[in-house]
Design a protein around this ligand. Sequence first.
Ligand code: IPM
Ligand code: MN
Length: 357
Amino acid sequence: ALKKHILVIPGDGIGPEVTTWGKAVLEKIAEKFGHEFSYDEALMGHAGIEATGNPLPDETLEKAKASDAILFGAIGHIKYDNDPSAKVRPEQGLLKIRKELGLYANLRPIMLFDELLDASSLKPEVLRGTDILFFRELTGDVYFGEKKRSEDRNTASDLMIYHRYEVERIARKAYEAAQVRGKKLCSVDKANVLEASRLWREVVQELAPQYPDVETEHMFIDNAAMQLVKNPKKFDVVLTANLFGDILTDEASQIAGSMGMLASASIGDGTGFFEPIHGSAHDIAGQDKANPLASILSVALMLEISFGLKEEAKQVTDAIDKVLKDGFRTGDIADANTDKVKILGTKAMGQKVLEYL
Ligand code: IPM
Ligand code: MN
């Protein structure tokens, strides 16, 4: 039996609704397997700004550093989306915690549940058999490079910057994952145009001979965006930079049927951070409509990656699989044949997963 301390950061919008069910699944797993999980909660994003003026309150960061793993919900508020002049923004909380915790590798698995083949806008025969693991670099790139605005406000720039060590450490993690998966690694960049990408490609090319069992391919981001919907099956591990990875994984979520199905694990120097890839979805917040499965799948990643609890993680994904097989859906993953499926709200879907566990 394991003893672990987990920090829950519900965040904004649908964050609190979905993390409730992620946490409930953790509690159920602890009970079933005799683990001792303790919990704490903290504010981030708009919730942090409202309470303290800071999107990442000091207390949250302290609690994060003192925990064994973090379950996060979502971040953002419509108030800021159309206000480019806002100096303090919810998203800064997420970016800062990624940086402070050294979470340089963001793993985003595209797991396909067969029952959801029809929920995608892509053809089932194109999708079937797809299994991709994205490694998105998370603490560098234009996200963290110097930002500038000219005095007359008419010129703006964000610096795309990478250092060799940043590329190397995430590339190693991606190669190690490829070795125990499909033994293929596709590194995505824009090396025909960008100097930062040329460094990226150079580093990956230098590492490749150290992983002779893995087949390395380099692809430009524009081509990768196209190949991803043309023939997603061809990918195994995809390694890419922060901004390219952000965009490419939203696109890839449609392979799994919905953003509401995609979980992610951010790892690096210390505590692991687990969150759905979806945003705060204020349009459906508080309406019991959000899909809690991405949060629950994030918990499965936590159990496996941070705690080494493979069997526990498998039981969580198996429970989701059974719930889907029995025809239960949230609105985002209901296919066109709605007469064949039963649409549930957030709470009922969370309850179903608990029941099937
Ligand atoms: C994500 C999100 C964040 C990002 C935003 C909210 C800052 O889109 O986790 O993918 O761009 O990294
Ligand atoms: Mn994103």
